[in-house]
Ligand binder design. Structure first.
Ligand SMILES: [Zn+2]
Length: 212
């Protein structure tokens, strides 16, 4: 289960810089708290985390949109899966770009702090922020992509009675499950110190909190 994944060059560099900063912060009197999960756990537990939201959205779609079977064009539906895959891939890239946009907006050196990459063995794209943030900034950065490419299109699809876009939006909400898991870990993390820094973990989903 805890078999070490082979890190990419970008990840190794980021880990090295992180470890040096980590040592410096420990020497400055900060206490380290890891709020991380493995990539596979982020994927499956994230899926579970997203389910209540998915069920509520499906309930809303069922209640608020008329069942219009004549509008379901079967010729269109036959190539629908391919279109869905293509749009979901594009929106997944957009999801990571939004993480970068929000984290970069808050980071002390702005967009210099942002790195993008893909963990190919897990087919998981990621955005990493190499500078510390506040708790609130980290939560906004983690939540924004799923709000913009998941919840917002889901509500628009419900308003427009568009089941195709609704399916895509639901997939993007499910894809945001890992972020929801991290947000939940962060919101339930109680600190007793005055000063707290929240740093994105260099190689794992989640972050490290430094408190003193
Ligand atoms: Zn994300």
């Amino acid at each position: 289960m805890t078999k070490e994944r082979k890190l990419s060059k970008a990840e190794l560099l980021r880990k090295e810089a992180f470890d040096a900063e980590n040592e410096r912060r420990i020497a400055e009197g900060y206490e380290r708290h890891d709020l991380t999960v493995s990539v596979s756990k982020a994927n499956w537990l994230g899926f579970v985390m997203s389910m209540p939201f998915v069920l509520v959205l499906m309930g809303l779609f069922t209640l608020l949109t008329p069942m219009d079977y004549e509008g379901w064009d079967m010729a269109e539906a036959s190539f629908f899966p391919l279109v869905v895959v293509a749009i979901v891939l594009l929106l997944t890239v957009l999801h990571e770009l939004i993480h970068g946009a929000v984290f970069g907006w808050f980071a002390p050196h702005r967009y210099k702090a942002i790195q993008f990459g893909v963990i190919w063995s897990m087919l998981t794209p990621y955005c990493a922020c190499i500078e510390p943030l506040t708790r609130r900034q980290y939560i906004w950065g983690a939540a924004m992509p799923t709000i913009i490419v998941g919840f917002l299109p889901a509500f628009i699809a419900i308003a427009m009675n568009d089941w195709g876009w609704f399916v895509i939006a639901l997939l993007m909400v499910i894809g945001g499950g890992g972020d929801m898991l991290i947000i939940w870990k962060l919101m339930t993390f109680r600190v007793s110190g005055k000063e707290a820094l929240f740093c994105d973990h260099p190689t794992l989903p989640g972050l490290v909190a430094y408190v003193r």
